[in-house]
Design a protein around this ligand. Structure first.
Ligand SMILES: Cc1cc2nc3c(=O)[nH]c(=O)nc-3n(C[C@H](O)[C@H](O)[C@H](O)COP(=O)(O)OP(=O)(O)OC[C@H]3O[C@@H](n4cnc5c(N)ncnc54)[C@H](O)[C@@H]3O)c2cc1C
Length: 854
């Protein structure tokens, strides 16, 4: 007799539910696993259509938790087919006695949280009621086939098949007239098989998809050898990779090479026959439309090479969506099908289906009779199976209601208002954008560890905090915002299901990063969770500190380069290093005109560079001071940023040089900065600038100089400045705030580098001068309006914020922006880090506001 009250109920016996059952038993938890199908395997149980197979090489798509399996199970192909993967699932279930823990042909219909008992009550299709402390949805991301939204589907009297619910006995289409509706992955895999049997095949296509040949065959010897040589290292590489598959990562932009070179590189990736390799050929396929278009062009050229009729080839060629923003497919002879004389392609965007009839399909004035219709119309992905169950959490809140504007989760694992409720590969986790075997194992292990930890400490419930859930939503949005996904109507965005809210459902920040975040949340005492039980409470509101995804990617790349620390170099070496680094950066946007020249500094001539907008002048003028810790840099070292601000704000930027330490120590840089401002004020008109519209701006040490000269202008009779834009400025050399401790290491500008800068620039005594530490000024009143931008992960964050607050306290109009997830240097990395764009857009509008109305 099955237990009616258990520690854990798990819904679903696919790879997720199976592994979870194994781990729960190992840890001594009682459990019930409830599965709608009559066997294990989930996806590989239901999707029995001909040609169904794994797109990820099966070497990588297998369990890692039982190392013996690697020797016991030999995959017959690189991309194993559905029957073999199902046999694998059955083999594992038998080996580990999982069948005895699973109830088959049981559908969970309803689940409700009982807040007084601190338990879930689960109702099943068999009329059973089960109570449990913890409730896990291992229901799969692609387990609910989407109903075709075509009129008349119930009228057809012939055979109807749905790829995701294929008959177990198989289907023989020999001699039949067959319609296939849909051209997603399932259609692409099954079409060659159906075409080889059918007498006539008509394919109804709404959106063409990118697909590449799988080049299926034996398992890839290189991968297998690497796996066997060092299983742990290989699997760790997969776990920490962006997609869950060990892969060579790109180092070059698609726009940095000629088209011929780009195509040659893509051809190499293509030949590998690996799903994720094409997209990983260049660094910017996922984030830059022009770079992505290079890949699209290549993929389309391949379709035209295969499909003989140019019109059909064009109809099959995706246009209007970026590569990778719809699930790319792998095929074996898919496009070749359209060279067969009995196969016809109908573009239903041009010739819409008007109705399914009793005998066939009516479209665009034509009627065709069929014996069979195959619906390959996809899934209600990621949320479908979860909200299919009527789940009620605390205070009568249903999950359906909570998610009506899109799913809200913390880490894609849990959701506020639903204690002790977990989702495996839920929305907000990498899930369908990853090798799902890796993601499934990670989630199972996280849930297992959470349950064990709670039991050990005597807690009964766990629930994320609203703040953590909101932080996670924002982070997921930050990640999505830098990609091209949002512009495509895809099932990743929920766009294939009428009425479903449009949000990017999976987390796009990468498998490795995601794992680190989840691990950190648990290791730091369940950050973002509230735990309760036995009269105890543990609330650890966090925050999980989340970096902008592109910034983190850049730091990851830098870490692999093992760059020498700046503070171990001489100033000359550091300058050489910085110059060399500058040659690798993106150039920034074009502006109207650039003019170089010299001006009289405090102790001899110095260089300047003018950036003039393309619009007609005269323009407001911004005197700009470069960053580099008073030791490094020049009037051209922030060139991309100056171009960007000039273009965005439509102002003239005059970037001026100043003498550098240690050759010229404090106050030489201040004297030159001041001389530059005087000179610009005098000569603004000659440059085509407005002499009464001058502001100062600067980054880092340059922000320090801009703040200092703004004070000097106030105290020395002008010029009257319209504003000061300070980007991550140094404002106080006399103290070290919390941000020095939080962000002192690992974010490019380190505590040690900053100390190296200060030591070269100013003595301990000099640092106390207001010309070195503008925050120490006795009064900040009557200074020009300010915009101060700080980075969350910058050692200088707190002193920038302190200056903003002090200015505001002194009555100065201040706009403060703490750039979420940014480091000291990232906002200046124009055209390299998309997440900096919105920050620079704010900076530009700050500049415009300085000059507005004048
Ligand atoms: C055709 C196809 C090809 C794929 N190819 C790849 C690939 O190449 N690489 C990759 O990484 N991933 C692929 N996937 C994704 C695949 O879904 C996952 O890799 C993985 O198999 C999911 O396992 P799971 O256990 O999480 O979910 P599933 O395998 O979907 O299992 C969920 C189970 O939950 C059961 N269930 C759902 N709701 C209920 C309920 N209310 N009551 C009872 N039972 C319920 C379902 O019957 C199902 O058996 C593919 C998916 C499909 C559909």
């Amino acid at each position: 007799m099955a237990e009616k009250d258990v520690d854990v109920v798990v819904v679903g016996a696919g790879f997720a539910g199976m592994y979870l059952l194994h781990e729960l038993r190992k840890q001594g938890f009682s459990s019930r696993v409830l599965e709608a199908g009559d066997d294990v395997g989930g996806t590989w149980y239901w999707n029995r259509y001909p040609g169904a197979r794994c797109d990820i090489a099966t070497t990588d798509y297998q369990y890692t938790w039982d190392p013996e399996l690697l020797d016991e199970w030999q995959w017959s192909e690189k991309h194993a087919a559905q029957p073999e993967i199902l046999r694998y699932a059955q083999y594992v279930a038998k080996k580990h006695d999982l069948y005895s823990g699973i109830d088959f042909e049981v559908r969970v219909d309803k689940a409700a949280w009982d807040d007084s008992a601190k338990k879930w009550t689960i109702h099943t299709s068999t009329g059973e009621t089960i109570t449990c402390r913890h409730y896990v949805m291992a229901t799969g991301c692609l387990s609910v086939p989407k109903d075709p939204d075509i009129p008349g589907t119930d009228r057809f009297k012939g055979n109807v098949y749905v790829t995701g619910r294929w008959p177990h006995e198989g289907v023989d289409f020999t001699g039949q007239r067959v319609a296939v509706i849909g051209t997603g992955s399932s259609a692409i895999q099954s079409m060659p098989h159906i075409a080889s049997q059918a007498k006539q095949l008509v394919v109804f296509q709404r959106t063409p998809n990118f697909s590449m040949p799988a080049f299926n065959g034996p398992q890839p010897p290189g991968r297998v050898a690497r796996l066997k040589a060092d299983r742990v290292a290989y699997q760790n590489e997969a776990r920490m990779s962006p997609t869950g598959v060990p892969m060579e990562m790109a180092t070059v932009s698609a726009l940095a090479v000629s088209r011929e070179e780009a195509f040659a590189m893509l051809e190499k990736s293509w030949r590998k026959g690996e799903l994720l390799q094409i997209g990983a050929t260049f660094t910017d396929v996922g984030i830059n439309r022009a770079a992505n278009e290079v890949v699209c062009d290549f993929m389309r050229s391949k379709i035209h090479e295969v499909v003989k009729d140019p019109e059909t080839a064009e109809t099959l060629s995706p246009r209007g969506h970026a590569y990778g923003t719809k699930r790319p497919c792998m095929d074996t002879n898919y496009f070749e099908v359209f060279n067969m004389p009995h196969v016809r392609l109908v573009d239903i965007r041009k010739k819409p289906i008007t109705s399914i009839t009793e005998t066939g399909i009516d479209f665009d004035g034509e009627s065709i009779e069929f014996d069979s219709i195959v619906y390959a119309t996809g899934f209600d992905a990621m949320t479908g199976a979860i909200v299919n169950v009527d789940i009620t959490g605390k205070n009568g809140l249903t999950l359906k209601k909570k998610w009506e504007n899109g799913p809200l989760t913390y880490l894609g694992l849990t959701t506020v208002g639903f204690p002790n409720f977990y989702m495996i590969t839920g929305p907000g986790s990498p899930s369908v954008l990853s090798n799902m075997m890796v993601s499934i194992e990670q989630h199972v292990e996280w849930i297992r560890d959470a349950l064990v930890d709670m039991r050990d400490k005597g807690f009964e419930t766990i629930e994320p905090t609203a703040a953590a859930e909101e932080d996670w939503r924002v982070h997921c949005t930050d990640c999505a915002d830098i990609t091209l996904f949002q512009d495509t109507n895809s099932w990743y965005m929920g766009a294939n299901v009428p009425g479903k809210p449009r949000v990017l459902l999976p987390y796009i920040g990468g498998v490795g990063r995601y794992r680190r975040i989840c691990t950190e949340a648990m290791q730091r005492g369940f950050l973002g969770f509230e735990l309760q039980g036995n009269g105890k409470q543990q609330l650890n509101p966090g925050p999980v500190r989340l970096m902008q995804p592109d910034v983190e990617m850049m730091l990851d790349v830098m870490a692999t380069l093992e760059l020498p620390p700046i503070e171990a170099m001489s100033p000359a070496e550091a300058r050489g290093f910085m110059d060399a680094s500058a040659t690798m950066r993106a150039p920034g946007p074009d502006v109207g005109e650039i003019v170089d020249g010299t001006f009289p500094g405090a102790d001899g001539d110095l260089e300047y560079r003018v950036y003039r907008p393309a619009s007609a002048g005269p323009h407001p003028v911004v005197v700009y001071y470069h960053g580099g810790g008073w030791v490094l840099g020049s009037h051209t070292s922030d060139d991309p940023l100056c171009r960007d601000l000039c273009k965005r704000a439509d102002v003239m930027i005059i970037s001026v040089n100043y003498r550098h330490a240690p050759e010229a120590r404090f106050p030489a840089a201040v004297d030159d900065a001041w001389a530059a401002l005087q000179w610009v004020a005098k000569n603004a008109s000659a440059f085509g600038g407005k002499p009464d519209q001058i502001a100062v701006a600067g980054w880092s040490a340059g922000g320090n100089l801009a703040a200092v000269v703004a004070q000097m202008a106030r105290d020395n009779g002008g010029p009257k400045l319209k504003g000061q834009l300070l980007l991550t400025p140094v404002t106080d050399g006399s103290r070290q705030s919390a941000s020095y401790i939080e962000n002192g290491e690992g974010y490019v500008l380190t505590k040690n580098v900053m100390e190296w800068f200060w030591n070269h620039y100013a003595s301990a005594e000099d640092r106390k001068s207001v010309k070195a530490s503008p925050l120490l000024a006795p009064s900040l009143a009557n200074l020009p309006p300010a915009m101060i931008v700080t980075g969350q992960f910058d050692p200088l964050r707190d002193e920038g914020n302190a200056y903003a607050h002090a200015l505001a306290d002194a009555g100065v109009p201040v706009k403060r922006l703490q750039a979420r997830g940014h480091i000291h240097t990232s906002i200046t990395m124009v055209d390299m880090l998309p997440s900096g764009q919105s920050v620079r857009a704010h900076m530009a509008s700050g500049l415009r506001e300085f000059f507005a109305g004048n």
